[in-house]
Design a protein around this ligand. Structure first.
Ligand code: ATR
Length: 280
C-alpha cells in the first residue's frame, strides 16, 4: 500500500511541495504519495494525530500552522525548532513519538553555500523580522555569521536580535530600522530579503536599489514568485551575485525528505520540477 506524506496549511492550493516530493518519490521508485491538505489552526492537533494513526510517512506544515504546532503537547520539537518557535517538518517515530523540526534555515544556508558563501564570520544584512527571518537568523547565527536584522518596524528587528542573542549562539546579531542601508551594505558580504517586497502582485518593489548594492555582495531573495524579483534585477545591475528563493524552497524540502526517509533525494530533479511548475 502506498505510504502517504503531506503538507498542511491554509491556504494550500498553490503549494509546490506535492509536485516536488512526488517527483522525488517517483524517480526513486518509492511507493509513496505526497498530498496537500487544507487544515485550520484549531484542527491542527487532531489532523496530526490522525495522520500518525493512519501511518503517514511524514508531514510538512506551512502558513499559518508552523507556530501553532509548537503549542500542541503532542509534538516534541528539536532544539532548533524550539528556539525558532516554528515547525515546518514532522517526523513520525517507530514508537508513536511525533517530532518537530524546522528546515527553513538550513534551506537558506544551503542556498548560500551553493554560491560558495562561507557563513562563519560573514557579515549578513537580513531584511525582515517575520517567521522566515527568524528561522534563517537562528540558523546563520548558529553557524557563526554576524547578522544585522533590518526591518520597517524597527522594534521587531530589535526584539528578534534580542531573542537570538539570548540563545548565546556563536554569531552576533543586531536589530535596526531600514534607514542607512547603503552604509550597512558597504561592510556586508550578503543581503537576504525575507520581506514580502517584490512578491506577486507587488512585483515592482524591492528592499534595495542597484545604487545601494555593490559587486562584492551576494543578494539572496527568498521570494520566488516572480522567479526574478525586482531585487534580483537590481542586484544584477550592480554587479552583485544573486541567489534565487527557489533554492531555499527546494533545500528545505530536500532536508525534510532526508528526515522522513533517511534517503538522499534527487535534488536537481526537485529543482527542475519546481522551476517548471513556476514557469507554467
Ligand atoms: P513571514 O512570517 O512569511 O516572514 P511576515 O511575518 O508577514 O512574513 O513578515 C513580513 C515581513 O515583511 C515583515 O518583516 C514586514 O515588516 P514589518 O515587520 O514592518 O511589518 C516586511 N514588510 C512587509 N511589507 C513591507 C513593506 N512595504 N516595506 C518594508 N517591509 C515590509
Amino acid at each position: 500500500m502506498k505510504q502517504v506524506f503531506g503538507v498542511f496549511g491554509d491556504p494550500i492550493g498553490h503549494s509546490l511541495s506535492p509536485a516536488m516530493h512526488n517527483a522525488a518519490f517517483s524517480a526513486l521508485g518509492m511507493d509513496c504519495i505526497y498530498h496537500a491538505f487544507r487544515v485550520k489552526p484549531e484542527k491542527l492537533g487532531r489532523a496530526i494525530l490522525g495522520a500518525e494513526a493512519m501511518g503517514f510517512g511524514g508531514l510538512n506544515l506551512t502558513v499559518p500552522l508552523k507556530e501553532a504546532a509548537l503549542k500542541l503537547g503532542c509534538i516534541k520539537p528539536d532544539p532548533l525548532a524550539e528556539r525558532i518557535g516554528a515547525v515546518n517538518t514532522i517526523v513520525f517515530g517507530e514508537t508513536g513519538e511525533i517530532r518537530g523540526y524546522n528546515t527553513d534555515g538550513l534551506g537558506a544556508k544551503q542556498a548560500l553555500q551553493d554560491v560558495a558563501v562561507e557563513i562563519k564570520g560573514s557579515k549578513i544584512v537580513l531584511a525582515g523580522a517575520g517567521g522566515a527571518a527568524r528561522a534563517i537568523a537562528f540558523q546563520l547565527a548558529a553557524d557563526g555569521a554576524e547578522i544585522i536584522i533590518i526591518n520597517r518596524t524597527e522594534e521587531r528587528a530589535i526584539e528578534l536580535a534580542k531573542d537570538i542573542s539570548a540563545a548565546a549562539l556563536p554569531g552576533k546579531v543586531e536589530g535596526k530600522g531600514l534607514s542607512g542601508l547603503k552604509d550597512l551594505l558597504e561592510n556586508a558580504s550578503v543581503l537576504i530579503n525575507t520581506t514580502t517586497l517584490g512578491m506577486h502582485p507587488n512585483t515592482d518593489t524591492a528592499i534595495a536599489t542597484a545604487e545601494e548594492l555593490h559587486p562584492g555582495l551576494t543578494v539572496f531573495d527568498i521570494v520566488y514568485n516572480p522567479l526574478e524579483t525586482r531585487l534580483l534585477r537590481e542586484a544584477k545591475a550592480s554587479g552583485a551575485k544573486t541567489v534565487s528563493g527557489v533554492l531555499m524552497l527546494v533545500y528545505q524540502g530536500a532536508e525534510a525528505f532526508r528526515l522522513w526517509t533517511g534517503i538522499e533525494p534527487p535534488v536537481e530533479l526537485m529543482k527542475k520540477t519546481v522551476l517548471e511548475a513556476l514557469q507554467a
